[in-house]
Design a protein around this ligand. Structure first.
Ligand SMILES: *Cc1c(COP(=O)(O)O)cnc(C)c1O
Length: 467
């Protein structure tokens, strides 16, 4: 497939450049030229297929012709080899019509692994092929950083820099990033919130002085990550739908996960209604009510991976909904950065509402939902998944309703304990993480200061290589 920017600089890019560049040259996001529905026969060929087959074929579709199917297949196989459940993304039935889709069976226990394990493989291969070094930089509200650090630790030709908002990620999340012992991983606790971290990454990307770092973004704005996530919606909808549409409720922050569900639907998989759930940071529900996107102060909640006021991938949804009006998208994004708000026209809002609904869930409702799910089904769910479970129970949707369970409850033991009175069982792979020493540096929310620091260390690294 070919990719262009949502903001209209017009240049055409292959999958490999979307993989390594992350962001389009004009600051926009890469979008495929078009997404056509698959042939009936292709879709029916997926019925009953295992996860690896669906993932391999769908990723190949987006990665061609840049990346050969054999390379995709090999990378998928290696990536999925690091998952602990044989079904990769198993369903668990909650009641007659509601299921959990468990997206936490990867190395860091959140759905980010489903894309990043694969992206880690592919980026390493691509850099080796191009004979260059790159710095993977990522801002994290908790789970992306852990998943990226795990995916890139110890890989050739890659340094990983992870920025997390100091004191605003859970202890387990922080420890998963900071206890890695590989020299190519650098963690920074930024004095600010997630949006500050994300703004620093974006600033470094457009900063010519940062060019020697060869920055690569693996935030959820990276298109390759979205393509990997399409796989579990495609696979799940065929498993559960029996031909009819399956509704998904997705705990949402940066809008990457739910966008992948929309892509699966565009490809013709039986995906029904898509509902995003949010916590007290309800910027998206407010947008769906009014057509006005307005950033407010980020509130700290028990679901930190959704404590976001700037939902980066929403830019792609706006591009689709405005039918590729790149000038409008560029203007909305400018206004969001400079004026902290924008409003869309009625036609764009109408098209967005046809595809998505939004539900909010307060802190108290999330805790109550965790308690109720535990009481009624014996399942412990994480506080993010709880926002979606709450919507699943309170909304009136026809057909099966699937709650995307985006993280393992053991990543958020305090919230689980508060809600259920019980300690979530700790998976074996967290034991070492809770014991090991941590390595991270504190840093102000200042992109140019970080650039200078990284450049100094980058040079030091390189000169060591020449000794
Ligand atoms: C990242 C994350 C989310 C938000 O997903 P987006 O793709 O950013 O919308 C929700 N829940 C958990 C547990 C996460 O790690």
């Amino acid at each position: 497939m070919e990719y262009r920017s949502t903001r209209g600089d017009g240049t055409i890019h292959g999958f490999a450049s979307t993989l390594l560049a992350g962001l389009a040259p004009d600051g926009g996001l890469f979008v495929p030229d078009r997404i056509d529905p698959l042939e009936e026969s292709t879709l029916s060929g997926f019925v009953g297929a295992d996860y690896a087959t669906v993932a391999r074929d769908l990723i190949s579709l987006f990665a061609a012709p840049d990346i050969e199917p054999a390379t995709v297949a090999d990378s998928v196989e290696r990536a999925l080899g690091n998952f602990t459940h044989p079904a990769i993304a198993p369903h668990r039935q909650l009641d007659q019509d509601r299921w959990l889709l468990e997206l936490f069976h990867g190395p860091t226990l959140a759905f980010k692994d489903y894309a990043l394990q694969f992206v880690g493989e592919l980026v390493e291969r691509q850099l080796a092929r191009e004979g260059r070094h790159a710095t993977v930089i990522c801002a994290t509200s908790g789970d992306t950083g852990a998943a990226a650090a795990a995916a890139f630790a110890g890989r050739e030709n890659i340094s990983v820099v992870v920025l997390h908002p100091a004191g605003r990620v859970s202890e387990v999340q922080r420890r998963q990033m900071t206890t890695l012992t590989h020299d190519n991983v650098a963690n920074f606790a930024i004095d600010g919130d997630f949006d500050d971290c994300q703004a620093m990454v974006k600033a470094l990307f457009v900063d010519p002085a940062a060019a020697p770092l060869n920055l690569t973004a693996v935030n959820s704005i990276n298109w390759a990550r979205i393509t990997c996530q399409v796989a579990y919606y495609a696979w799940s909808s065929l498993r559960l739908g029996g031909g009819g549409p399956v509704n998904y409720i997705v705990p949402t922050g940066n809008f990457g996960n739910i966008l992948a569900a929309d892509v699966a639907r565009r490809l013709g998989f039986p995906v029904g209604r898509l509902v995003l759930s949010s916590n007290d940071n309800d910027v998206l529900p407010r947008f769906f009510e009014t057509g006005r996107m307005e950033r407010r102060e980020t509130r700290q909640t028990i679901s930190p991976s959704m404590d976001i006021q700037v939902s980066s991938n929403f830019e792609r949804a706006l591009w689709f909904a405005s039918e590729g009006d790149t000038a409008a998208v560029a203007e909305w994004q400018r206004a969001l950065t400079e004026d902290r708000a924008f409003s869309v026209d009625a036609a764009t809002l109408g098209r967005l509402r046809e595809r998505f609904s939004a539900a909010r869930c307060t802190e108290a409702e999330a805790l109550e939902e965790m308690a109720r799910t535990w009481r009624e089904t014996g399942e412990m769910i994480c506080p993010h998944s709880a926002t979606a479970a709450h919507a699943a129970r309170t909304l009136d949707l026809d057909g099966p309703v699937v709650v995307a369970a985006t993280a393992h409850p053991a990543k958020f033991p305090d919230a689980v304990r508060q809600a259920t009175g019980h300690e979530p069982p700790r998976p074996e792979l967290l034991e070492a993480v809770m014991e090991a020493p941590e390595r991270y540096r504190e840093h102000p929310a200042d992109a140019s200061a970080l650039r200078e620091l990284l450049l100094r260390e980058n040079r030091a690294d390189r000169s060591e290589n020449y000794q």
